[in-house]
Design a protein around this ligand. Structure first.
Ligand code: NAD
Length: 245
C-alpha cells in the first residue's frame, strides 16, 4: 500500500500508541497528537513517529497544528479520533453536571472539531481520505455508573454516521471501532489479573478475555484501508461478543 499521512489523536495513550505503531508497521507516515506533552515526546521517540502537542477541544490549536502537519507532510489522509476521557464516572444521581460537560467537550466536541477541520482540508486538497473514530460498545450497552461516558460514545457513533453521509460525496469514508474493555497498561494496573474486578468484566465477554490494544489497532487499520473501500458509517464492535449478551 502507498504511504499515507496518518494523524492519531490521543496517540500517547494506551490504545493510541498501539494504533500509531500498527500504521507505522504498515508503512504509513504517522503523527501522534496528544495534550500530554511529556508522553508525546517519549512515545514519538519510542515509535519513531512525529509528535505534536494538541488539545482537541481548542479550535485555534487544531487549525495551527493541522497547518503545520500539512506544510511538512501534505494533507492528513487518515484521521484516527482516539483521544478521549474515560476515567470520569458517576451514577445518574451523583454525577456532577460539570463532569458531564467535561466528558462531552472532549469525547464529542473534540472529535467533531478534529473531523470538521481535517475534512475541510481533505476536501480543499482533493484528498479522498478516511476517518476512524474510537468509540465504545458502552454507547450501546449500559453499565451502571458509566452512563456519562457511554452517552458521549453514543454521540460519537451518531457523529460517525453524520460525517459519513455528508462526506461520502467527497469520497471520504468515516467509520468507528467500538471496543469493549481493553487491556491497556492503565487498566491492567487498576484491575490486575485474577482480581475480582477483572473477572467480573471477563465474565461478561463470551470469548472470555479483554481486548488487547492490538485487536483495536488491527480493526482501525482495516477500516482505514482499501479492504474497507465500500464501508462507511459503521461502528465495528471489537468486544469478544459482549454485545451479544
Ligand atoms: N481502555 C478501554 O477499555 C477502552 C474501551 C473502549 C473505548 N476506549 C476508547 O479508546 C480511546 C483511548 O483510550 P485509552 O484506553 O488508550 O486511554 P488513555 O487514557 O490511555 O489514552 C487517552 C489519551 O487521550 C489523551 N487526551 C485526553 N483528552 C485529550 C484532549 N482534550 N486533547 C488531546 N488528547 C487528549 C490523553 O492524554 C491520553 O494520552 C478513548 O477514546 C476511549 O474512550 C477505551
Amino acid at each position: 500500500m502507498r504511504t499515507r499521512t496518518v494523524l492519531v489523536t490521543g496517540g500517547a495513550g494506551g490504545i493510541g500508541r498501539a494504533v500509531a505503531a500498527a500504521f507505522t508497521a504498515a508503512g504509513d507516515t504517522v503523527v501522534i497528537a496528544d495534550r500530554d506533552a511529556p508522553r508525546v515526546t517519549e512515545t514519538a521517540r519510542a515509535l519513531g513517529v512525529r509528535g505534536r502537542v494538541l488539545d482537541i477541544t481548542d479550535p485555534d490549536a487544531i487549525a495551527r497544528e493541522l497547518d503545520a502537519v500539512q506544510a511538512e507532510l501534505g494533507p492528513v489522509e487518515v484521521l484516527v479520533n482516539n483521544a478521549g476521557l474515560l476515567t470520569v464516572h458517576g451514577s445518574l444521581l451523583d454525577l456532577a453536571g460539570s463532569d458531564l460537560d467535561t466528558i462531552l467537550r472532549t469525547n464529542v466536541v473534540g472529535t467533531f472539531l478534529m473531523t470538521q477541520e481535517v475534512a475541510r482540508r481533505m476536501i480543499g486538497a482533493g484528498v479522498a481520505g478516511t476517518v476512524v473514530n474510537i468509540s465504545s460498545i458502552g454507547g450501546r450497552q449500559p453499565t451502571p455508573g458509566m452512563g456519562g461516558y457511554e452517552s458521549s460514545k453514543a454521540a460519537v457513533d451518531a457523529l460517525t454516521r453524520w460525517a459519513a453521509i455528508e462526506l461520502a460525496a467527497h469520497g471520504i469514508r468515516v467509520n468507528a471501532v467500538a471496543p469493549g474493555p481493553v487491556l491497556t497498561e492503565m487498566l491492567a494496573l487498576g484491575m490486575p489479573e485474577g482480581s475480582p474486578q477483572r473477572k467480573a468484566w471477563e465474565d461478561r465477554i463470551p470469548l472470555r478475555r479483554l481486548a488487547a490494544v492490538d485487536d483495536v489497532a488491527a480493526a482501525t487499520v482495516f477500516l482505514a484501508g482499501d479492504g474497507a473501500a465500500h464501508i462507511t458509517g459503521t461502528s465495528l464492535p471489537v468486544d469478544g461478543g459482549q454485545l451479544l449478551t
